[in-house]
Design a protein around this ligand. Structure first.
Ligand code: BEZ
Ligand code: FE
Length: 297
């Protein structure tokens, strides 16, 4: 015999929603009814118990305690649940007028710094290879020259003076702020496109790395029997007057984790092929043009 259906007060959720006052923040008054309905429906659907709800509360509290200017555990929890990738997609679709040609966005992630060193085209973001570190040789073997144009989707022409921020990890998979061995701002740079709309810099071919998994985000991955790795990628953040800013990443197509990014950011158009070169200091070349969409306003 089927278990009897458990009934909950059918008025309860609407009663909670109706407590919103006339002077409530406009956007919150618009979105909170939906959030409350989904939260309540979720709790009813899975018959959430007090112990389970409290485990979630403690996880959120722990994420808060772990977070500081170098670590954003709340963002990381959202990332492993796919939420940053989803809201990134929603935001980029809402703001763009030219989806068909725009370079797609990808999440910012928790390791961006908004004040990277300002460099000239053709300079290197490899500032520091700690003497005797485990990745000294790898840094030499993965030395890469990357270049491309920033193009306007509106005009089809290259954009002069676009700002291009780039960042990636060291070959040990750590961003400089995670790694006491690395000099500050290692593997970060800000470039400006020239008259032909061209940016260029030296860097390393990126590596795959696990997202920090010693906190609540890692606990979620473990409990869900999931792996923590992101495929090798280089982050980019591109801005130009009159255009939609673009946060994106380029992914090494040869990386085994290209199919199972722990934070769901890979898009086909962002998968690239680092070309091996011989007889030069750099061992790989990557050319990547970026098309910035127009703005509605
Ligand atoms: C990153 O690519 O830097 C990143 C993104 C999401 C979570 C952790 C790291
Ligand atoms: Fe990253």
């Amino acid at each position: 015999m089927a278990a009897p259906k458990i009934q909950y007060d059918p008025e309860f959720t609407e009663r909670v929603i109706r407590t919103t006052g006339p002077n409530a923040n406009k956007r919150l008054a618009e979105v909170m009814p939906s959030l409350i309905r989904h939260l309540h429906d979720f709790a009813r659907e899975v018959n959430l118990t007090v112990d389970e709800w409290m485990a979630g509360v403690l996880l959120v509290n722990e994420a808060g305690r772990m977070s500081d200017e170098k670590r954003n555990e709340g963002q990381l929890v959202c990332d492993v649940l796919g939420l940053e990738s989803l809201v990134d997609e929603i935001t980029s679709k809402l703001l763009s007028t030219s989806h068909a040609v725009d370079t797609p966005s990808a999440i910012l992630g928790p390791f961006y710094r908004d004040d990277p060193p300002e460099l000239k085209n053709d300079q290197s973001i490899v500032f520091h290879i700690p003497k005797g570190c485990s990745w000294e040789k790898q840094a030499e073997e993965e030395y890469t020259y990357m270049w491309g144009k920033v193009i306007s989707a509106k005009t089809g022409k290259p954009i002069k003076g676009a700002i291009v921020d780039v960042w990636h990890t060291a070959p040990n998979g750590l961003y400089e702020q995670q790694d006491p061995e690395q000099q500050e701002y290692n593997f970060r740079g800000r470039f400006r496109t020239d008259e032909q709309g061209r940016y260029s810099f030296y860097c390393l071919r990126p590596v795959s790395y696990p997202v920090p998994h010693d906190g609540p985000a890692g606990k979620i991955l473990e409990l869900l029997d999931r792996q923590p790795f992101r495929p090798a990628h280089t982050h980019m953040f591109i801005r130009a007057e009159g255009h939609k800013s673009l946060v994106t990443q380029v992914f090494d197509g040869r990386d085994p984790h290209i199919e199972d990014d722990a934070v769901f950011a890979v898009k086909d158009e962002l998968i690239v092929d680092f070309k091996p070169v011989e007889g030069r200091k750099e061992k790989f070349h990557l050319e990547y043009d970026i098309t910035l969409g127009g703005k509605d306003n």
